[in-house]
Design a protein around this ligand. Sequence first.
Ligand code: AMP
Ligand code: MG
Length: 487
Amino acid sequence: MKALDELTFDNRFARLGDAFSTHVLPEPLDEPRLVVASKAAMALLDLDPAVAQTPVFAELFGGHKLWAEAEPRAMVYSGHQFGGYTPQLGDGRGLLLGEVYNEAGEHWDLHLKGAGMTPYSRMGDGRAVLRSSIREFLASEALHALGIPTSRALCVIGSSTPVWREKQERGAMVLRLAPSHIRFGHFEYFYYTKKPEQQAELAEHVLNLHYPECREQPEPYLAMFREIVERNAEMIAKWQAYGFCHGVMNTDNMSILGITFDFGPFAFLDDFDAHFICNHSDHEGRYSFSNQVPIGQWNLSALAQALTPFISVDALKEALGLYLPLYQAHYLDLMRRRLGLTTAEEDDQTLVEGLLKLMQNSGVDYTLFFRRLGDESATLAVTRLRDDFVDMAGFDTWAEQYKARVARDGDYPQEQRRERMHAVNPLYILRNYLAQNAIAAAESGDYSEVRRLHDVLTRPFEEQAGMEQYAQRPPDWGKHLEISCSS
Ligand code: AMP
Ligand code: MG
């Protein structure tokens, strides 16, 4: 276990130099205070959890202090936003503080979001509000607990600093951890600004640090791109299987590591709705729940375009062709497991699609349905769940197919079936209304609800005594919350 001043830095991205990032000091928050910290994320840095309670913790992550070895930098990138190319973006309100390595030899980028203005702030104020910082923190740690690849969050620091959005709010900072903060948009920036040398330097950096095994391949860059395609297919399959809607799948928000990145107006589905749009600025539904799958491929094509100086178009096309079949395979594998199946049959896809259609028509709670399906034997469960469907006859037909499929799958004791299903079907997910309750309390100075919710979400598959209220469908007020995009 380490104390705060014992972190070991090695800032390899910073050393790429001024073409890649700009030195900027964090702008401190007034009266910084700990809102919430993640012990699990602290463990990634070997930090003793007790240090979160010390004043210096809030000072460090509230922008007042820096380690001598930290080299705060704002990164430059660009990206396709809602399908259109924006030539220059960059860290407008976040700073890469440095790269820290832990005793296991892993490297983690420390990124402080809400740290003030940078050369890339454009019209923004460089700040993040408490509300959006709490949402990013909870989402990162909740997705991780569900087994979905994601950036992590170490803590949220609140403050008395006024920040103007639709109304006056308070500034906050979230400390994000990821093995890399390089986005598709980094490659696009150097490609479209026609800087082949820097682009090659960036590609070498990513290859060396994050895809060293690709060096062994005859075409290392192609192997790396293929790996990025595979990781994205798997990540998006997990989003779809667990009902996570990202909301702003711009290429500047897509990580080259295939991890969920940059949380904005994201949402988990309550009722199943393939057409759900969580981002209120997304008038055309470009990033609707079901569109996440083709958009994943669109984004990879944008990255492929930026890699044309290194890889032939034919090879890029071939690698892109891996995306959909891989996505399908991962998705179906997860959905089979959610249904309690241990074997694969040709018609499983139809079984899943049939269920989703029925859930869509009846507005069935996506999370609770699967959890309840594992509570009882297949026969008892479908009998109990039937009442949730408007089209009962339709559900009965599906239920017969399901029961027959379960029978063919094998004869398992119910206890075993429950255990297996509950291990993949969460009881607790980050519902928007739960986040909203925690945020309302935090905005009035009470952080206990954020901490409790975080704690519940770190063990989503495990029934927790006294936490029934976190495993409910939303009340009426919480069903269609408008989550502001201004964060
Ligand atoms: P996002 O939609 O959060 O991914 O942000 C898109 C771009 O706008 C990124 O370059 C951000 O750094 C920048 N940005 C977002 N909010 C602010 C802000 N309040 N101040 C400065 N830049 C911001
Ligand atoms: Mg972003």
